[in-house]
Design a protein around this ligand. Structure first.
Ligand code: SAM
Length: 331
């Protein structure tokens, strides 16, 4: 698999946020990259400060294997720790493997998540993420985990209603009923096994005049299946609360999402963090940061990216103002 052509989306913007309020010579900096991929964000952190260490997760063993050799080549192995795990296990992994490091550094200065699959998943046809190549319908990021149900299993075993909800909600696909009808008809004759079989029957479910547009009719359904196979929304919702006690004061969480469902989860979770009383948080991005025109023209996959950042703070600006006000009133 080729990792050299990977574009790291909103890289400078997200890393600038992570380093906001950090002094140049500050020591014991600790970060976590939840989605190592080709290492774009991890290496930007390591290059920004020689005092920075990064614990980087990826559930795709191929991504980590590629990362290991790059870490050796760039002589950063003492500052970069790769973890072969779903980031939903963050707390467990930190408690079991990195508790001394976290203690020495006093917690995490920042967490970055660049969600979803990487370009390599699409580019390497055999993984089943793309309909550009004919391959078994797999779509598992964690290919070593045989307990995860593949896209093939879902397409051939979910009920008609389950498929309708899945493709409607996760794919935001308005022709979901026509697509599911075609799936049910086809699978009653023989199982649907490959990307091209599925893409073809989706194309035929579309009204004839919409079958040859710029975006392939199967795009949204493939997105829905990928989200379901990898439980992408569930793990995202689950992990945000786990991070909170590990953040230093001024520590940030930066999340780059690629579709409205993810972005909604991030936006709401950040709002919820702002209402906590045990730890104080402030959202730094009132509106999500989006890629520049230049970035989109260089890498069209970045066009739907949105970055949101929240920071743990010692005192809330507004809250503080009201606290003083109520003190004055009491006296
Ligand atoms: C968009 S890519 C990250 C690219 C990376 N930021 C870069 O600039 O090179 C997402 C990566 O995160 C991994 N990933 C996605 N969800 C994950 C999860 N829940 N746990 C661990 N890794 C995950 C994928 O396998 C993929 O390699």
């Amino acid at each position: 698999m080729n990792y050299t052509s990977h574009y790291s989306v909103l890289n400078k913007e997200s890393i600038d946020y992570l380093f906001k309020d950090i002094k140049e010579d500050e020591n014991n900096l600790l970060f976590s990259d939840f989605t190592f991929g080709a290492g774009g964000h991890t290496f930007s952190i390591l290059n920004r400060s020689e005092n920075a260490k990064v614990v980087s997760f990826d559930q795709d063993p191929e991504a980590l294997e590629n990362g290991r050799s790059r870490i050796e080549n760039e002589s950063v192995s003492e500052r970069c720790f790769l973890v072969d795990s779903n980031f939903e296990n963050f707390k467990k992994v930190i408690d079991e493997q990195f508790s001394d490091l976290v203690k020495d550094c006093g917690g995490f200065d920042g967490i970055v998540m660049d969600l979803g699959v990487s370009s390599h998943h699409f580019d390497s046809g055999e993984r089943g993420f793309s309909f550009r190549v004919d391959a078994p319908l797999d779509m598992r990021m964690d290919v070593d985990n045989s307990e995860i149900q593949t896209a093939q299993h879902i397409v051939n075993n979910y009920s008609e209603e389950e498929l309708n909800l899945l493709i409607r909600d996760y794919g935001e696909e308005k022709f979901h009923r026509r697509i599911v009808k075609n799936i049910i008809d086809k699978r009653s004759v023989a199982p649907i096994e490959t990307t091209w079989q599925l893409a073809d029957l989706i194309r035929l479910a579309y009204p004839a005049k919409l079958r040859h547009g710029k975006i392939h009719p199967a795009t949204k359904t493939f997105q829905a299946l990928r989200i379901e196979v990898n439980r992408e929304l569930e793990v995202l919702e689950k992990v945000l609360d786990q991070i909170v006690p590990f953040l230093k004061n001024n520590g940030k969480i930066a999340v780059i999402s690629f579709h409205s469902l993810e972005d909604r989860i991030v936006k709401q979770a950040f709002k919820k963090l702002e209402t906590r009383e045990d730890f104080l948080f402030e959202v730094l991005t009132k509106r999500p940061v989006i890629p520049s025109k230049d970035e989109v023209s260089e890498n069209s996959r970045s066009r739907s990216a949105k970055l949101r950042v929240v920071q743990r703070v010692e005192q809330k600006k507004n809250k503080n103002k009201y606290a003083q006000f109520s003190k004055v009133n009491k006296n």
